[in-house]
Design a protein around this ligand. Structure first.
Ligand SMILES: [Fe+2]
Ligand SMILES: [Fe+2]
Length: 272
């Protein structure tokens, strides 16, 4: 099955630049100059980084014309979210704008929540948690490419359900995504989150599968609350022990959306 998934028609390769970029972004010692050199080697990414640095989205800055200045202006985390948006998600689903938008929106919300949970509980690096959140459901893009006729199953918000996918497609998006992420040599902590976010052995914010599972649980709770006026509790039930560290639920929620909302439009802005 692994070989079949990786041989999915139209499934692209990861640009070698991206592998190098992820290594640098996750190494302690990389300098902005090294990062800029790698970005410059990928013309498409370099153009997008420049455009991002000059776009209103990142604040009005006029005339950032070199990649190294753009790298400095944007910072590690924004470069990484750009690379994941463009080099991973858009790379897999270049011709499915509507589906891509839905999956990306979920990714940035889970990523932003995972980052804030990691930051406030202090048991995991917040950038690591963010990356894991942005990538956790990449298998849904792979399965969508492979089984477009099952888009309804693969895109449903209530879905995100590997057990159901296994029944119908013989493989869940957790496993399919992990195979792809390993083949693409994505960061190990992201691979772990992709593989185990639906059944983490440790349901705590100390590991990437744990923090993504918590973020996802929180988001589902919030989205359910938004759709009803039934007065859903501000934190999900199993957040009892975490709620003190995470602070006021309404403030937490706006802090997550403040990060997530501008990122939601990133793919649209970066197209072309
Ligand atoms: Fe998810
Ligand atoms: Fe998932």
């Amino acid at each position: 099955m692994r070989a079949e998934i990786l041989a999915t028609r139209d499934l692209p390769a990861l640009a070698p630049t991206l592998t190098h970029l992820f290594e640098l972004l996750h190494s302690e010692s990389a300098t902005p100059r090294e990062l800029a050199t790698v970005v410059e080697a990928d013309h498409a990414l370099a153009a997008r980084v420049l455009r991002a640095a000059n776009s209103a989205f990142y604040g009005p800055r006029s005339g950032v014309s070199s990649v190294s200045r753009a790298v400095m202006a944007l910072g590690w985390s924004k470069i990484e979210s750009l690379a994941i948006a463009v080099g991973v998600w858009h790379n897999i689903l270049p011709h499915r704008a509507a589906e891509l938008r839905l999956l990306w929106r979920h990714a940035v919300r889970v990523g932003a929540a995972a980052r804030l949970i990691a930051r406030r509980t202090g048991k995991l690096g917040s950038d690591e948690a963010f990356t894991a959140g942005l990538l956790h459901d990449i298998g849904r893009a792979v399965l969508l490419l492979r089984h477009p006729e099952h888009a309804a199953l693969l895109l449903s918000t209530a879905g995100d359900d590997p057990a159901r996918e296994r029944e119908i497609l013989d493989v869940g998006h957790d496993q399919a995504g992990a195979w792809l992420a390993e083949a693409w040599r994505l960061p190990a902590s992201a691979v772990a989150a992709i593989a185990h976010h639906h059944a983490p052995t440790d349901r705590s914010p100390a590991t990437t599968p744990g923090v993504v599972a918590l973020a996802e649980n929180w988001l589902r709770h919030i989205e359910r609350a938004d759709g009803s006026d039934l007065g859903v509790a501000p934190w999900p039930d199993d957040f009892d022990t975490l709620s003190r560290e995470l602070g006021d639920p309404f403030e937490f929620r706006s802090a997550v959306f403040e990060v997530a909302e501008p990122l939601e439009t990133l793919l649209g802005e970066m197209r072309g």
